[in-house]
Design a protein around this ligand. Structure first.
Ligand SMILES: [Zn+2]
Length: 291
């Protein structure tokens, strides 16, 4: 009897530990809904409070950037419809990078819309294996997601075109092997605005920047990514997470009538500089401790 009680006790602890782990893996702001809104020109925000998703509307159909978590597609669909658009008009699906919080909904969205899925070459294997070929999270089931077939493999600098819109895919790898920063030009009140949607310059906890056997050139990829980001002209600063660009605070200004709230070239420069410093400090720390 004692043994059974002990076993039940141990099982209960495992269940508690697992749910704590899940809770830690998914911050509430990832799933909390957020009002959809117009950013500029034909560009709209359709993500959650922190997981960004962008809709680009064209006369020949729409482009969606990021499918977010496996549970996110109904939320994204709702946001698209709140704006008065049709989810079925999504013809092209793109992502910021092949992590569970930006691409887990892709299989469902492809099924719902029949859209063409375009992914940067070095992220294709992770996307099509559902994260099981990820260089860091291959054995971490909490980071796995429904695999989705990639219809078009992108190379660095490729463009995605639809209905007069041109999006450029910049490989800013390191965070994943194919992390993609998207750029496009919008015109608002006769002015051209350069839009940058940052893929992710972040070094995740546990990432090995030195002697990484599954991703030997991780450090030089990050380095190259920062050079790319620093060279991009940016007026409208956006990214894969709302927290990258202070989305919530900017939305408060936008709601109060400030239609320029997302124009933030200085904020972009500061963000990239800050992330580069964090990366370099971590690289130096790892180099020093590997000596
Ligand atoms: Zn990520």
């Amino acid at each position: 009897m004692k043994r059974i009680t002990r076993t039940i006790g141990a099982l209960a602890l495992i269940v508690i530990a697992c749910s704590l782990r899940l809770a830690a893996a998914n911050p509430p702001e990832w799933t909390r809904s957020f009002p959809a809104f117009h950013i500029a020109g034909n560009l709209y925000y359709v993500g959650s409070e922190d997981l960004a998703a962008y809709l680009i509307v064209t006369p020949q159909g729409d482009i969606l950037i990021n499918s977010n978590l496996e549970s996110s597609p109904p939320q994204i669909k709702h946001s698209v419809e709140t704006l008065g658009f049709h989810f079925n008009d999504i013809k092209i699906l793109l992502i910021s990078h092949a992590h569970v919080d930006h691409c887990a909904g892709s299989a469902a969205i492809k099924k719902m819309t029949g859209s063409q899925y375009c992914v940067m070459d070095a992220d294709v294997s992770a996307v099509e294996s559902g994260g099981k070929n990820d260089f860091h999270y291959a054995t971490d089931a909490s980071m796995h997601f429904p695999p989705a077939h990639v219809d078009r493999v992108l190379q660095d600098g490729d463009t995605v075109r639809l209905g007069g819109v041109v999006l450029t895919a910049h490989k800013t790898a390191g965070h994943t092997m194919g992390t993609t920063t998207w750029t496009m030009d919008e015109s608002e009140a006769g002015k051209t605005l350069h839009v940058v949607i940052v893929g992710s310059p972040n070094v995740n906890p546990g990432y090995k920047l030195v002697n990484n056997k599954t991703y030997p050139k991780i450090a030089s990829d990050y380095q190259h990514g920062f050079e790319v980001l620093k060279a991009l002209p940016c007026d409208i600063f956006l990214g894969a997470h709302g927290s990258y660009f202070g989305m919530k605070a900017k939305y408060v200004r936008w709601k109060a009538g400030d239609r320029n709230a997302f124009i933030d070239p200085a904020g972009y420069r500061d963000y990239v500089a800050d992330r580069e410093k964090v990366f370099r400090d971590e690289l130096n720390r790892q180099r020093a401790s590997s000596r």
